[in-house]
Design a protein around this ligand. Structure first.
Ligand code: FAD
Length: 541
């Protein structure tokens, strides 16, 4: 049963009663109610409703379904269990798949391959997550950037130090997202991610979860190589012109023979994109977005969204999602909103500043933050070669480094000053959370003019939708450039590179995902395609 709405403060027993009333059955006809999903409808701030999707166990299901025939909210429960597409036979002696990158895409790809018996090798340029955490804090606390171990690179991938939001708008008819969430729960994520409409895990739990998944993969015969970057790709060409991957050159000097490679390198592997391009692997420029991070006290957002219900534990810290089409044709929108969190330094290259956001499971920190970004387009904004988007990102990240004082502080400005086109000199009611610090200045120094114009137009509009959003003391920091990959490493229907067989571009870096859940789902899809290439269905034994 879907779309069953109850008042925010309803008693637990009210749920069964509401189900019976909705179905027109007596209490004795209902055996069990399992909450599959719970969201909220806060369109009317002072009459907020909880909205349920439920799995019902009934005495006579056939009779209830017949009575509600044609009712789109009362239907047989779909089978969301995961079914492996193939298995390696017990005596499998074929090639071991190699997974490059241990972010959500590589992690789920490796896990599913291991569960199917293929003993994958995972090559990750960054460190194991515990050591990586220390390096990441090094930038935040001491302004020391390790270009191989940071917010972008290392076990767990880019989303490890994040809000851990786990929802996505991808089409998922096979319920692969459910498989991902189920594996996360097995690895220590809170159970409620299986039922919340907008689940999130937070940084602390992500770290332990990633370690637990590594243990499972190793127990199943998988093998990790940390601190090992793939520096080059060996590609052979047959007489009839077919290109096929044959191996990988690693940063430790080793050559790793490999005929089936999942490339899940994320959106910040700029050096890897360059090598792939040099080796003739098909790459295209792809649109992404650029802008700033904006911070408000969380209490302002809670009040704007929930009115008198602000602070209610069931609702938690409020989020928002807003968009505006500006008169210069650009869309300005909120991106990766982190309630009760902090803005983080997310650079992976020296001499560049990048912002992003994270939070803990409790979402209890003082400020809400989100990206405030403007869409950009290769044809208009960075025409030319497929890697022109990378050059575009680097240019504005360097300008941000300069504007911040060349010490990894982020350039920042109060919203009122940004609108009035004057530099900020002091903070007001809102204090920024970015570490190692914020240098007050003018953000227009490190953003394209059309982005500045579009954001200036959007801020008062957003202020009407979320009261307090455009308060003059609100702080913005920059720049937000790693919104998604600037390239697409195009693949065909078989999920292999368009022109290089055996190479499976996957996840966010390849342009096939945008977020933890969609990257993980894509990892499963490519793992399945690769496994079927090694052991076609029906030939397992
Ligand atoms: P990545 O996670 O980027 O993983 C790629 C991995 O490949 C990295 O570990 C990298 O070290 C490795 N690698 C790269 N090149 C090589 C090479 N040559 N050799 C070997 N290894 C290599 N998304 C959400 O859905 N919810 C959120 O709340 C959220 N918050 C975020 C907060 C922050 C601070 C950041 C940075 C991102 C956030 N995201 C969030 C986005 C999310 O993290 C990404 O969409 C997701 O991690 C992409 O997964 P991926 O596996 O495709 O790539």
């Amino acid at each position: 049963m879907s779309d069953l709405a109850l008042p925010l403060d309803h008693a637990p027993e009210d749920l069964d009663a509401a189900v019976c009333a909705r179905l027109g059955i007596g209490a004795d006809a209902l055996e069990r109610v399992i909450v599959v999903r719970r969201g909220n409808d806060a369109r009317r701030k002072n009459a907020i409703k909880l909205v349920y999707t439920l799995d019902l166990v009934l005495k006579d299901e056939a009779q209830v379904l017949a009575a509600h025939h044609g009712d789109q909210h009362v239907r047989p429960t779909p089978d969301t269990s995961y079914k492996f597409v193939t298995h390696a036979p017990a005596d499998y002696a074929g090639p071991r798949p190699v997974v490059i990158g241990a972010g959500p895409c590589g992690l789920l790809a490796a896990l599913v391959l291991a569960q199917m018996g293929f003993r994958p090798i995972i090559v990750e340029r960054g460190k194991a997550v515990r050591e990586r955490t220390k390096d990441t804090w090094g930038l935040w606390r001491r302004s020391v950037l390790d270009s191989e171990s940071n917010v972008q690179f290392g076990e767990g991938g880019a989303g490890t130090f994040s809000d851990g939001k786990l929802y996505s708008r991808i089409k998922d008819s096979r319920h692969l997202g459910r498989k991902v969430l189920t594996e996360f729960v097995k690895a220590g994520a809170p159970d409620d991610i299986l039922t919340e409409a907008h689940p999130h895990i937070g940084t602390f739990r992500l770290v332990t979860m990633v370690m637990s998944m590594r243990e499972t993969i190793e127990q199943l015969g998988g093998e990790y190589r940390f601190g090992t970057r793939v520096d080059d790709f060996e590609i052979a060409q047959s007489e009839d012109g077919e290109r096929r991957i044959t191996g990988l050159h690693l940063s430790n000097g080793e050559f790793l023979p490999a005929s089936h490679v999942i490339m899940a390198v994320g959106h910040s592997a700029r050096d890897t994109f360059e090598v792939l391009h040099d080796r003739g692997v098909h790459i295209e420029a792809k649109p992404f977005a650029i802008g700033v991070r904006i911070e408000h006290p969380q209490s302002w957002i809670d009040t704007a969204r929930y009115g008198d219900n602000a602070g209610n534990k069931i609702l938690g810290a409020a989020a928002y999602s807003i968009a505006h089409k500006a008169s210069n044709g650009r869309t300005v929108y909120s991106f990766c909103m982190c309630p009760g969190g902090r803005v983080v330094a997310a650079a992976s290259e020296p001499g560049r500043v990048v912002t992003n956001g994270m939070s803990q499971y409790s979402r209890a920190e003082f400020n809400a933050n989100s990206g405030l970004v403007v869409d950009i387009d290769p044809e208009k904004d960075y025409p030319g070669d497929p890697l022109a988007g990378v050059a575009f990102q680097r240019k504005f990240e360097e300008l941000a480094f300069k504007a911040g004082g060349e010490n990894y502080k982020a350039p920042g400005q109060k919203l009122g000053d940004f609108l009035a086109d004057r530099p900020s000199t002091d903070f007001g009611e809102v204090m920024p959370s970015y570490q190692p610090g914020v240098h007050l200045t003018e953000l227009k120094q490190c953003l394209p003019d059309f982005v500045v114009d579009a954001i200036r137009e959007a801020l008062p509009v957003f202020g009407r939708q979320v009261p307090g959003y455009d308060h003059p003391d609100v702080v913005m920091t920059g720049v937000e450039t790693r919104t998604s990959s600037p390239v697409r490493i195009t693949r065909g229907r078989d999920l292999q590179s368009l022109n290089t067989r055996g190479l499976y571009p996957a996840g966010e870096g390849a342009g096939y995902a945008g977020g933890i859940l969609s990257a993980a789902v894509d990892g499963i899809r490519v793992a399945e395609a690769l496994a079927l290439e090694l052991v076609p269905a029906g030939s397992e034994s």
